[in-house]
Ligand binder design. Structure first.
Ligand code: TPP
Ligand code: MG
Length: 328
């Protein structure tokens, strides 16, 4: 497995070290969530992005702070990469008053508009037209920002995906369609759900560039997104990027994963893990020692343990706020 070593021009070597830390934060966050779900201390449902950290971290690293994203039901990584406070995220999952939605929204309703995160979305493909709307605003008001829409391989079969690509293409909107192809939509393998080799090939139908990238190679993701963002800022319109990756965990909390083998999972974990690959290349290039890499991992773990303490210590929403911030 080769790992790219070509830095996009705005990315320093120091930033790569920070991204290694960020990817650990994402991984430990979702592993903790998994643990607390199993213990029955987090309710509702959640979708974990363990294994997919490089797509969120890489794509968002090359954006400007004023750029925007729309996320998915599997969105904790996007949220963290766009600068969310992990304490507030964990508190939200624990249903606490200090959470992003005051404990009433949970995993699939976290947004952080000030940071440019227009929100997770429980509707598969639901974030894609929202991103197109945000891009249209940017174009009409000459605001100069770019929007990335994250979505899955399954979502690329939704009508909203096709309508969004067409509209963004004819109006040359500053948007990047970023498909996280993690090989499955629930229990459906992408090879059985899509009758073409690459989802990126769907770009041809809309007259926009389509790029396939190794989604477990942080630098490859960064370079593809940096180029798409430049194109969008030049007013040349959207790009469809397909990042091939893998989710290590089940679709959501109750998934026995009968549709795939443990050998397949092990192969991705052992041979293509995005964190391991970044760490190895940083050590190889002399930017980190083994000890420093270990410290970065431990620091990230500590931050997530602190987020759990913050969440556990936070109060539950009081009964008299039951009807606040809800529609009905
Ligand atoms: C419109 C809609 N249809 C179906 C569902 C049920 N559902 C939730 S996640 C999911 C699979 C999505 O697969 P993909 O887009 O590949 O994302 P992944 O879960 O793999 O990240 C489905 C069918 C939904 N939430 N919304
Ligand atoms: Mg998928």
């Amino acid at each position: 497995m080769t790992t790219a070593w070509e830095l996009p021009k705005m990315i320093t070597e120091q930033k790569l070290v920070e991204l290694l830390h960020q990817m650990w934060v994402i991984r430990f966050f979702d592993e903790k969530v998994d643990e607390f779900f199993a213990k029955g201390l987090i309710h509702g449902t959640t979708h974990l992005c363990v294994g997919q950290e490089a797509t969120a971290a890489g794509a968002i690293a090359v954006l400007q702070p004023t750029d925007k994203i729309t996320s998915t039901h599997r969105g904790h990584g996007h949220c963290i990469a766009k600068g969310a406070d992990v304490n507030k995220m964990m508190a939200e999952l624990f249903g606490r008053e200090t959470g992003y939605c005051k404990g009433k929204g949970g995993s699939m309703h976290i947004a952080d508009v000030e940071k440019g995160n227009l929100g997770a979305n429980g509707i598969v493909g639901g974030g894609i037209p929202i991103a197109v709307g945000a891009a249209l605003t940017s174009q009409m008001k000459k605001l100069g920002y770019v929007t990335i829409s994250f979505f899955g391989d399954g979502a690329s079969n939704e009508g909203s995906f096709h309508e969004s690509l067409n509209m963004a293409s004819i109006w040359k909107l500053p948007v990047i369609f970023f498909c996280e192809n993690n090989q499955y939509g629930m229990s459906g393998p992408v090879t059985e759900m899509v009758n073409i080799e690459n989802i990126a090939d769907r770009s041809k139908a809309y007259g926009i560039p389509g790029v396939v990238v190794d989604g477990n190679d942080l630098l490859a993701v960064m370079n593809a997104v940096a180029e798409a963002a430049e194109r969008a800022r030049r007013g040349e319109g959207p790009t469809l990027i397909e990042a091939k990756t893998y989710r290590y965990k089940g679709h959501s909390k109750s998934d026995a994963k009968k549709y795939r083998t443990r050998d397949e999972e092990l192969d991705w974990r052992k041979n293509r893990d995005c964190i391991k690959r970044l760490q190895e290349i940083l050590i190889e290039k002399g930017l980190l020692t083994q000890e420093q890499a270990k410290e970065i991992e431990q620091q990230a773990k500590k931050e997530i343990e602190e987020a759990v303490v913050f969440a556990e210590k936070s109060p539950m929403p009081s009964l008299d706020t039951l009807e606040e911030d809800v529609y009905a």
